[in-house]
Design a protein around this ligand. Structure first.
Ligand SMILES: Nc1ncnc2c1ncn2[C@@H]1O[C@H](COP(=O)(O)OP(=O)(O)O)[C@@H](O)[C@H]1O
Ligand SMILES: [Mg+2]
Length: 367
């Protein structure tokens, strides 16, 4: 998978930008605040329609403008032009000028794996952050999952509203609640099974990477869910038994909206027992395992983005990671100092220097 050209209009600090990338390594360097992350963010948004940073979708529109465009020429099996237009009216997406109305048809096309400094902190973060990560990663590879998630959220909202209404004595009959519960369990179980399978697949690779990085310890993921190892009937019983509590609380008390993944090293949860370094290595191993999973299951390489990793990890560690990654991957590296990138990475790289929202392609003298 490869992006060869990126065009931006009114995106963050770029009024216009037109870049042609190398199919191998692309190094984007410049001072803090220059606009490096904005470029790789645009590639990410082009793939997934959403930013990995905080804020609504329209925060990416250049201040003072009302519409932003991202266009990219991307090779999946074939070359296509992908386009996203963002305004306060929402998002419009197109492939080769054909409007795409179903998100699930779009976001599974371009696979991007990003290593971002904030990701390194997910192990200590709330379960919601890890669930979000799980959702983003699976949504990029599984069409049905996107649809199930969407439906589940709708039914959960409806069910919560109905429980609230029962609490306020607006209805006395709970027949409709039973229908909603059955639907919730049916779709919820589909989501849980897909998550479980995904974690299982990641577990086939993750420990190997962890050992290669640290030379000690066995890392694995434990998928946690209130639905796990239960039949539909057992789950329905769980709701049945707790129905009065749910009505008192006015909300759904169980389900995949509480799922979590736990990182385990040598049978101990990383969250509680490990150093910051071990936590970072665990997340890096997770991402590397994902690349291996995509390669093995989708038969292509994802596009790889390493955003400002040198700010969080020492040079040796980053180069260690780079050495574990297949050189066939198209890779984007942002950094404040080009000297930190090792010479074998630099050799065939295209180099872009970002100065205050202007990008200059530099001649690579191979050093
Ligand atoms: N919507 C926006 N409109 C204009 N400028 C923006 C917008 N969002 C962010 N910026 C600017 O982008 C710059 C940060 O760019 P970024 O790519 O994060 O820098 P870095 O090179 O450190 O990765 C800042 O100067 C910020 O003010
Ligand atoms: Mg940055």
């Amino acid at each position: 998978m490869e992006i060869s050209n990126l065009k931006l209009l009114n995106y963050r600090n770029y009024e216009t930008l037109n870049l042609t990338f190398s199919p191998t390594t692309n190094i984007i360097y410049g001072k803090n605040g220059a606009g490096k992350t904005n470029i790789i963010e645009a590639i990410y948004v082009l793939a997934l329609t959403k930013t990995f940073r905080l804020g609504n979708d329209d925060v990416v529109i250049k201040k003072g403008k009302n519409i932003a465009k991202i266009e990219g020429l991307v090779k999946t099996n074939i070359w296509n032009t992908y386009k996203i237009i963002i305004s306060d009216q929402g998002k419009h997406i197109k492939i080769d000028n054909n409007k795409i109305s179903k998100l699930s048809d779009y976001i599974t096309k371009i696979n991007v794996i990003i290593f971002h400094p904030d990701d390194l902190k997910i192990i200590k973060d709330t379960p919601m952050t890890r669930r979000k990560l799980l959702n983003i990663e699976i949504s990029g590879i599984n069409k049905e999952y996107v649809i199930y998630l969407n439906n589940y959220e709708k039914i959960l909202k409806q069910r919560n509203a109905y429980l609230k209404a029962l609490k306020e004595n607006k209805f006395s009959n709970s027949d409709f609640l039973n229908i909603l519960t059955e639907k919730l369990v049916e779709i919820g179980l589909k989501i849980v099974h897909i998550r479980e399978e995904f974690v299982k697949s990641i577990n086939q690779y993750i420990s190997e990477y962890y050992t290669k990085i640290t030379h000690k310890g066995v890392l694995s993921l434990n998928f946690k869910s209130e639905y796990k190892n239960k039949t539909p009937n057992q789950i329905l019983n769980m709701y049945q038994k707790n129905i009065s509590r749910e009505i008192i609380m006015g909300k759904t008390l169980f389900g995949p909206q509480h799922d979590d993944i736990e990182f385990i090293i040598d049978n101990e949860p990383v969250k509680e027992f490990s150093s910051v370094g071990e936590q970072k290595n665990s997340v890096i191993s997770f991402k590397l395992a994902e690349i291996a999973y995509i390669k093995a299951n989708l038969n292509h390489n994802p596009i790889l983005i390493l955003d400002d990793l040198f700010s969080e990890l020492d040079e040796e560690k980053v180069n260690n990671i780079l050495n574990l990654i297949d050189t066939n991957l198209q890779t984007f590296i942002t950094t404040t100092t080009i000297n930190t990138v090792n010479s074998s990475m630099l050799k065939n790289a295209k180099i872009f220097h970002v100065i205050n929202g202007k990008v200059k392609e530099e001649v690579n003298n191979g050093k």
